[in-house]
Design a protein around this ligand. Structure first.
Ligand SMILES: CC(C)(COP(=O)(O)OP(=O)(O)OC[C@H]1O[C@@H](n2cnc3c(N)ncnc32)[C@H](O)[C@@H]1OP(=O)(O)O)[C@@H](O)C(=O)NCCC(=O)NCCS
Length: 163
């Protein structure tokens, strides 16, 4: 099985947008029912628009990686470099953000998520980045396991309640 991680090119626009939507659908299915009161078709529309803009305006601070098996896409990663808010009392300055990561269900467990993560970290290191942030939902055991195994540590916990 030949696997490959490569940077996206102009022809990957549709692949990137489709995967952004698939990642959202994966999340939606796994959220508790209390969160699903809204019109999800509008959310999908907004995600599509955001992905289109991310792709169109990608620059030297944007990384879009495509994971392939036998030259066919099976997943992607979106990384960014951004300036942390100046009011951030736990450290300001330039940060890496691993914004999105997704491997198709059928291709999971074969090490491609790890490879995407490795490539994203390598790219950020080469850009002089010393700190990488990412966000994971608390139910996402597979992702959390992957990140913690790679040295990521929890630094914020978000809470919600319905009133
Ligand atoms: C998280 C994710 C990107 C990992 O990608 P992957 O290619 O399956 O990961 P790898 O093969 O590199 O293995 C990393 C870990 O994934 C988990 N894993 C293994 N098989 C898996 C499977 N069939 N399905 C899901 N996760 C699996 C394991 O925890 C594995 O660690 P282990 O080797 O110690 O058992 C992938 O499961 C995914 O796309 N999930 C849905 C989207 C998602 O959660 N994205 C992250 C948002 S924060």
């Amino acid at each position: 099985m030949e696997t490959k991680i490569r940077q996206a090119d102009e022809s990957d626009k549709k692949v990137f947008i489709d995967y952004s939507i698939k990642l959202s659908k994966f999340n939606r299915v796994n959220h508790n029912n209390d969160s699903k009161y809204d019109d999800y078709s509008l959310v999908i529309k907004a995600i599509k628009k955001k992905a289109e803009e991310t792709f169109k305006y990608r620059n030297e601070n944007t990384l879009i990686l495509i994971a392939e098996i036998e030259n066919k896409p099976v997943g992607y990663a979106l990384g960014r470099i951004y300036k942390e808010d100046e009011t951030a009392d736990n450290g300001t300055g330039e940060m890496g953000l691993l914004d999105e990561l997704f491997i198709e269900d059928r291709a999971r467990g074969a090490g491609l998520g790890q490879k995407l993560l490795n490539e994203a970290i390598k790219w950020m290191k080469e850009k002089g980045i010393k700190r990488i942030k990412l966000h994971a939902y608390s139910w996402n055991d597979n992702a959390i396991k992957l990140y913690e195994r790679n040295g990521f540590k929890e630094y914020v916990v978000s809470y919600e309640t319905f009133i």
